[in-house]
Design a binder for this molecule. Structure first.
Ligand code: PEP
Ligand code: MN
Length: 378
C-alpha cells in the first residue's frame, strides 16, 4: 500500500453508481479532497469510479460505501485479489454467476448468482440407496435446485458414523442419474477428490476443512464448482483468503456458504455475513440455516431471513424420518416443511422485488428507499 503511494500509483478506487449526476459526484469528490486525497475521475461507463492516491487510513472507517452515489471502496493491493469485489486493478467485476455443472463453461444450466435463489437440500449424510433416492425425489418434487448429501462426514467423534464413503458415492451416482439435479457433496481428503468429482457436480468444503490449505489448493486445480463453508470460528478475511486459495489456483467457481459461528450455547447464524461479504467480494453467498442453528424449529425462520438479507440461496437438511437419520436428525426438516420453506422464501423475495429493485440491492444505499422504508425500519 505504502509502496503504491510512494510510486505515485492509486491506492484505492471508489466505485460510483452508473449515471450519477455530476453534482452528486462532485459532492463525493469534495469529501475525498478534504481528506487530503488526490482524486481522479474515470468514466468507466457502467462502472464510473474515482482513483484515489494518498494515504488516508481514516477513509475506510468513514464507510464511504454509505455515502450517496457510492457503490464501493476497493483498496488496491487486496490480500485476496481474486475473491475481492474488483477482479484486478484495472477491471471491475460484476457479481459472479457460478454454474453448478463442471462441464458447462457458460452460465447455462443451473447457476447460483444475482437475482436467483438456490435451494440445495437433502439429508445430512447419504444413507442407503432406498432412503437417499426417496429423499432426493422428495426434495426435487418440492422444487430443490440441487441435491446435497455427504458420503464423507466430518464427525467430532471418531466413533460416530463417518459416512458411507465410496459406497455412498455409488449411491449418489444413482441418484444423480435418476433425479437429474446437480449433486453437492463434501470432499474431506485430497486423496478422494477424483472419486468425489466423478459423481458430484459441486464439491463441498466443510467448515472444519476451510483451513485445509492442501485441500483448497488441489480443488483450485479442478474445474468443479466449490461450495466453501465458513469455518465456524473464521473471520471474514480468513474466509475470503480460503476462497483465494481455490481461485488463485485457477478455479473460478466458488460459492461462499455462511453456516454460523460456534458459541458456548451452540451455533449462531451470522446473517450479517451476507451484506458484509457482498461488500467485500463478487462471489455468491448462500446460507446454511440447518448447521447455523442446529435445531429444526429455527430453520424455516432463518431461511426466510436469508432470503430477506439478500443471500443467493440456502442449504437445508431434509429428512422424512429425522429420528432415524444417521446424522444431524435434530436439525432436519421434513419434505412438507421444505416445500413451505421454498414457498415462503420465494414470497419474501417477491415482496422485496416488488419495488423493482431486487433483493440484491445494497442494504446501505441511503437513497431510493422504497416509500415507507426508513433507515430505522431496516
Ligand atoms: C454438513 O454440511 O453436513 C456439515 C458437516 O456442515 P459444516 O461443515 O458446516 O459443519
Ligand atoms: Mn449435517
Amino acid at each position: 500500500m505504502l509502496d503504491r503511494m510512494n510510486a505515485g500509483l492509486p491506492t484505492s478506487i471508489l466505485v460510483l453508481e452508473a449515471n450519477l449526476a455530476p453534482t452528486k459526484r462532485n459532492r463525493v469528490r469534495t469529501r475525498l479532497e478534504e481528506l487530503g486525497l488526490d482524486v481522479r475521475f474515470v468514466d468507466g461507463g457502467a462502472h464510473p469510479y474515482f482513483e484515489l492516491t494518498g494515504e488516508d487510513p481514516a477513509l475506510r472507517t468513514l464507510a464511504p460505501e454509505s455515502w450517496p452515489g457510492v457503490v464501493q471502496l476497493v483498496t488496491l493491493g487486496s490480500p485476496h485479489p481474486h475473491a475481492s469485489r474488483a477482479a484486478g486493478e484495472d477491471e471491475l467485476s460484476t457479481p459472479t454467476w457460478v454454474t453448478l455443472d463442471p462441464v458447462v463453461e457458460s452460465d447455462a444450466g443451473v447457476s447460483i448468482g444475482p437475482g436467483s435463489f438456490a435451494y440445495l437440500a437433502g439429508p445430512c449424510a447419504v444413507e442407503d440407496a432406498e432412503v437417499t433416492l426417496r429423499l432426493a425425489r422428495a426434495v426435487a418434487e418440492a422444487g430443490a435446485t440441487g441435491f446435497r448429501a455427504g458420503a464423507f462426514k466430518p464427525r467430532t467423534s471418531p466413533y460416530a458414523f463417518q459416512g458411507l464413503e465410496r459406497e455412498g458415492l455409488a449411491i449418489l451416482r444413482e441418484v444423480r442419474a435418476e433425479i437429474g439435479l446437480p449433486v453437492v457433496t463434501e470432499v474431506l481428503d485430497v486423496r478422494d477428490i477424483e472419486a468425489v468429482a466423478e459423481v458430484a457436480d459441486v464439491l463441498q468444503v466443510g467448515s472444519r476443512s476451510m483451513q485445509n490449505y492442501a485441500l483448497l489448493k488441489e480443488l483450485g486445480r479442478t474445474r468443479h464448482p466449490v461450495l466453501l463453508k465458513r469455518g465456524f470460528a473464521a473471520s471474514y478475511e480468513e474466509f475470503l483468503l480460503a476462497a483465494e486459495y481455490i481461485l488463485s489456483a485457477g478455479n473460478e467457481r466458488v460459492v461462499l456458504c455462511e453456516r454460523g459461528v460456534r458459541t458456548t450455547s451452540g451455533s449462531v447464524l451470522d446473517l450479517g455475513a451476507v451484506p458484509e461479504l457482498r461488500r467485500r467480494s463478487h462471489l455468491p453467498v448462500v446460507i446454511d440455516p440447518s448447521h447455523g442453528s442446529g435445531q429444526r424449529h429455527r430453520v424455516l425462520p432463518l431461511a426466510r431471513a436469508a432470503a430477506a438479507v439478500g443471500a443467493d440461496g440456502v442449504l437445508v437438511e431434509v429428512h422424512d424420518r429425522p429420528e432415524r437419520a444417521l446424522s444431524d436428525g435434530q436439525q432436519a426438516i421434513d419434505p412438507a416443511a421444505f416445500t413451505q420453506l421454498i414457498r415462503e422464501c420465494n414470497a419474501v423475495r417477491a415482496a422485496l422485488e416488488g419495488d423493482g429493485d431486487g433483493v440484491g440491492r445494497r442494504p446501505d444505499a441511503e437513497e431510493d428507499q422504497p416509500a415507507g422504508v426508513g433507515k430505522d425500519d431496516r
